[in-house]
Design a binder for this molecule. Structure first.
Ligand code: SF4
Length: 701
């Protein structure tokens, strides 16, 4: 066995939003051994199957190692000059709205900060969006509506002391396994009740005390029904409402219109009346309730309203800002939160500011001309590329040809676009294949910076391997292009400098207009390179040595009045109902052992065994009527596209619905990109696509 070349390096897992701490020990053969970091609060030394196999994913096979332009290998100077030249030509001929960046929750906060500053400050366009749009943007809207800021109000410790944990649209056992272990621990030791609300009987639902397999898209009706039930039966906390919440009269009236009868709610949601009554009563009589939710809530044309419906129930009962209570979204990606913090979404500016606060950002960034209008959100952005309105796109650390809805059209858009720049650590992705300019980025283990997990905890991701080939940090590439375009304020040399600038911006005029923003890193301003290098995990707001687990517990909400806001909601069905041509509902998501488009997890042999091929999970009743048999190869077709998968008969499926994992892609095996089938419908407020509901037909080949 290879010997260690140095002592273990403390870093974080590059996969899900749990944000587990990792101890990586570099070996003389260029590989590393991986263990959980016992000192990291998110995981206390535990890792799931994906995190444990990280050491098997560090080889250079399929790595993008050298820059190239139009297929020709070039040196960095030539590549960066070329990129700057492309920007200059498009800016001169078409203006700033004809260029765009599409970035990723895989980027570190420092990369994200510089990319956002480049787009919204340097280029003067809001056209920088991120694959977090596909993941958590409905939650962002829900938090902004309720709290005046994109703030997750709780933390993981709440899961340890809650007496009822409601999991909505979240297969936590597979997708956030270490958080799930906490939930199971509480369920076993403290007898906390766990309710799973999910159309599928997932691995998580199997171990729940109660599973509500609701009809796809009926979440708002369920939570509005719960709110009406709570009011009707005297379970609201009026003292809390009067003191802390605005808009509750109208919100309650809207819920009341839906009716408080569990039987009526059950009928609307396709559920058993007794199960709904049991859930409502559990929620009503349990003080410590956490509602944890994920993509089943967010990835919907009504995603923002689903989030608001959950938050409404917590506000109406005063169940947040106390231990063991509150809504808790859990992000798919390792740094979805960090990206949101620095303005990686087209709809926000840096430091949680809106475009109405562009002057504040302008004062901080000085000579740069800050964009005054939001940019295009992901689906609209790629549509603008397709239409030729965007003539240059720089894609960083993400694979939209696989992961966007209507993915064939996204590929077509990129193939039409005259200037596609892709920076990535992998050479063989479906998106890299469309690029004019390919820029090799540092991979996990090589890059250095910070990430923020789902509970607002900022952790260092540290380098423990040398950069492969000519790979460079993403922030460096952006800063180099910015300097070539004559922009000031991009002469960074280290991630410590970038993080300090980000921290200073969060604190800069933070209480402008009397609204105190919780995203405030004043306690880290000027900490210096050494302290940054040694930084322990911290949860924001960070104003001094102590962190706040629950930011609003002793502070007003970030709204003008300082009160949280309940929302008036009306349930609405998914955009495209099933029809005689496409009678089934396609739901997409993750499997236990793979991550995103498999560029990393596909390298670890032990992760391939659980689901070696893409499958379409079908209820036996549907399989019978469609003459589908286990192991058949099936064609899944929608109005938008088609994909292949192996039939898996699964009693856990809701009849009328099928499930296909999102990971497989043409780089692995052809015609398996399920997102080519997914409808490009989005939530009107968040722009998040409806990945969980596309009408399809399935037949054996
Ligand atoms: Fe990594 Fe998430 Fe697994 Fe933790 S739970 S080891 S962050 S994939």
């Amino acid at each position: 066995p290879a010997t260690a070349t140095q002592s273990p390096v403390r870093t974080t897992c590059p996969y899900c939003g749990v944000g587990c701490g990792v101890l990586a020990t570099p070996l003389e053969n260029g590989q590393a051994t991986i263990a959980g970091d016992p000192a990291h609060p998110a995981n206390a030394g535990r890792l799931c199957s994906k995190g444990s196999a990280l050491g098997e994913t560090l080889d250079l096979d399929q790595r993008l190692l050298h820059p190239s332009v139009d297929g020709q290998a070039v040196d960095w100077n030539t590549a960066l000059d070329d990129v700057a030249g492309r920007f200059r030509r498009v800016l001169d001929s078409h203006g700033p709205e004809a260029v765009a960046l599409y970035v990723s929750g895989q980027l570190l906060t420092e990369d994200y900060y510089v990319a956002n500053k480049f787009a919204k400050g340097g280029l003067g366009t809001g056209n920088i969006d991120t694959n977090s749009r596909l993941c958590m943007s409905s939650s962002v809207v829900g938090y902004q509506r309720a709290f005046g800021e994109d703030v997750v109000p709780g933390c993981y410790e709440d899961l340890d002391v809650a007496d009822l944990i409601v999991l909505v649209g979240a297969n936590t056992a597979w997708c956030h396994p270490i958080v799930y272990q906490r939930i199971r621990g509480n369920q076993r030791q403290r007898k906390a009740q766990v309710v799973v609300i999910d159309p599928r009987r997932s691995a998580t639902a199997e171990e729940a005390d109660l599973h509500l397999p609701l009809a796809p898209g009926s979440d708002v009706a369920l939570f509005q029904g719960l709110l009406a039930f709570l009011e009707h039966n005297g379970h609201l906390d009026y003292r809390y409402l009067e003191a802390q919440v605005s808009g509750f009269g109208e919100a309650l009236a809207a819920a009341r219109e839906q009716g408080a009868s569990p039987a009526a709610v059950a009928a609307r949601c396709g559920l058993g009346a007794e199960d709904v009554a049991r859930f409502f009563q559990l929620f009503a009589r349990t003080d410590r309730v956490v509602t944890l939710y994920s993509q089943g809530v967010n990835q919907s044309s009504a995603g923002s309203d689903k989030v608001s419906a959950i938050i409404n129930c917590h506000l109406a009962t005063g169940r947040l800002n106390r231990p063991g209570t509150g809504p808790l979204s859990i992000t798919g990606q390792p740094n979805a939160m960090g990206g949101r913090e620095v303005g990686g979404l087209a709809s926000t500016l840096a430091a949680h500011m809106g475009f109405d606060e562009a002057d504040r950002v302008q004062r901080f960034w000085g000579s740069l001309a800050v964009a005054r209008q939001p940019g295009l959100k992901a689906v609209d952005l790629f549509e603008a590329v397709h239409a030729g309105r965007i003539q240059l796109i720089w894609i960083m650390a993400t694979n939209p040809v696989v992961s966007m809805p209507d993915a064939d059209r996204v590929r077509e858009a990129l193939l039409r676009c005259p200037n596609v720049i892709v920076s990535d650590c992998m050479a063989n992705t479906d998106t890299v294949a469309t690029a004019n300019v390919r820029l090799p980025a540092e991979a996990w283990g090589e890059k250095d910076g910070t990430v923020t997990n789902s509970e607002r905890m900022i952790s260092r991701q540290r380098r423990f391997l040398p950069a492969a080939g000519e790979a460079r940090p993403d922030w460096w590439m952006v800063a180099q292009v910015a300097q070539r375009l004559g922009m000031e304020g991009f002469d960074y040399e280290t991630t410590a400098e970038i993080f300090d600038e980000h921290a200073r911006l969060t604190a800069f005029e933070n209480d402008a207009n009397g609204r105190i923003r919780q995203l405030n890193l004043a306690g880290l301003v000027g900490q210096g390179a050494q302290a940054y290098a040694a930084m322990a995990p911290r949860r924001w707001p960070i104003l001094g040595p102590e962190d706040r687990a629950r930011p609003f517990a002793d502070h007003p909400f970030s709204t003008d009045q300082g009160k949280a806001r309940m929302q008036v909601l009306q349930p609405r069905a998914p955009a495209h109902p099933p029809n005689p041509d496409y009678p089934l509902v396609l739901n997409t998501g993750r499997v236990r052992d793979h991550w995103h488009t498999m560029t990393r997890t596909g390298k670890a042999p032990r992760l391939g065994g659980h689901r070696p091929e893409p499958t379409v999970d079908v209820h036996p009743q549907d399989a019978r009527s469609l003459s589908l048999f286990e192991q058949d190869v099936a064609l899944i077709e929608s109005r938008w596209g088609r994909a292949l998968a192996r039939v898996h008969i699964d009693t856990g499926q809701r009849p009328g619905s099928v499930f296909v994992p999102m990971h497989w892609n043409d780089a692995v095996s052809s015609r398996c990109r399920i997102d080519a089938v997914v409808n490009p419908v989005v939530d009107p407020d968040s722009g998040e696509p409806e990945f969980k509901h596309t009408p399809v037909r399935v037949r054996a080949l």
